[in-house]
Design a protein around this ligand. Structure first.
Ligand SMILES: Cc1cc2nc3c(=O)[nH]c(=O)nc-3n(C[C@H](O)[C@H](O)[C@H](O)COP(=O)(O)OP(=O)(O)OC[C@H]3O[C@@H](n4cnc5c(N)ncnc54)[C@H](O)[C@@H]3O)c2cc1C
Length: 237
């Protein structure tokens, strides 16, 4: 298997960075190929703007998604985006390794999503969910978080974890066609005892060993919607 880890933590000694290191070690020990994009170390440019295009289809008015399409065809996308696209297209499994920031991902990773998951290739023209451009690839979030499990449940103070992560799990990875595996969450890591952290890391290793057996999350099939994206009447028996 070809594994691409997109890592977004600024501190190499963090628990989050250790999770990335453990994943590299674990996958390589199992004979898998691994590539890592360490976004802070790469000084990844997070802002989607005109400088992402070497030439412009419309120099007068920037419509970012349309320029993504034409620049990809013309091979004039910025080299840093092209390099990430090559890793993405190479991968069978993409792991997004990051700390939860504001119920979401750090800005540097959001910038990776905005710039790399390009229109035309990854989605577009009614190609999303099971018709998305990245279908056939698996994705998994590996996250650290300050909060505790009981806070992110139905009835918990912040509501269910899946609701918090919906823009990423469904609105990004599922939308682009990926098979989205259940997230791995390292809960409350800054506040727990060292032996508890060691136990979480072992659970993560086990999750990685079992990854082939994981069932992806369920998202809509485009076959169930008409050309205007209204639900089709349910088939009658
Ligand atoms: C801007 C911002 C927004 C945030 N928003 C939210 C939010 O919405 N919800 C929420 O719950 N939290 C939020 N947080 C908290 C954040 O998610 C956590 O602080 C972060 O995920 C903790 O992970 P870490 O890797 O940075 O921890 P660290 O503090 O780096 O790690 C904890 C400890 O683990 C140790 N460690 C490192 N490697 C290992 C190892 N291999 N084995 C054992 N121990 C090890 C480290 O030395 C450290 O002592 C936010 C934080 C910020 C800065």
């Amino acid at each position: 298997m070809k594994v691409f880890i997109v890592h977004a933590h600024h501190e190499p000694q963090s628990f989050n960075a250790s999770m990335k290191n453990v994943a590299v070690e674990q996958f390589q020990a199992q004979g898998h190929e691994v590539q890592v994009s360490d976004l802070y170390a790469m000084q990844w440019k997070a802002v989607a703007d005109a400088s992402d295009f070497g030439s412009r289809a419309n120099p007068d008015h920037l419509v970012y998604a349309l320029e993504q399409r034409s620049a990809y065809q013309a091979k004039t996308l910025a080299p840093d985006i092209m390099a990430e696209l090559e890793k993405l297209q190479w991968a069978d499994l993409v792991i997004f390794n990051f700390p939860i920031y504001w119920f979401s991902m750090p800005a540097i990773l959001k910038g990776w999503v905005d710039r790399v998951l390009i229109s035309g290739l990854c989605y577009g023209g009614m190609r999303f969910y099971d018709r998305g451009g990245l279908r056939g690839k698996k994705a998994m979030l590996a996250v650290t978080i300050g909060g505790q499990p009981h806070m992110l449940t139905e009835g918990g103070v912040h509501g269910p974890l899946e609701d918090m992560l919906r823009p990423i799990l469904r609105g990004t990875l599922g939308y682009a066609g990926m098979s989205v595996l259940p997230p791995f969450v390292a809960w409350h890591v800054p506040y727990i005892q060292p032996e508890q952290r060691t136990a979480i890391m072992e659970q993560y290793r086990q999750r990685l060993r079992d990854i082939d057996a994981l069932q992806p999350m369920s998202f809509p099939s485009m076959d169930d919607f008409d050309a205007m994206l209204h639900p089709k009447p349910a088939a009658t028996a």
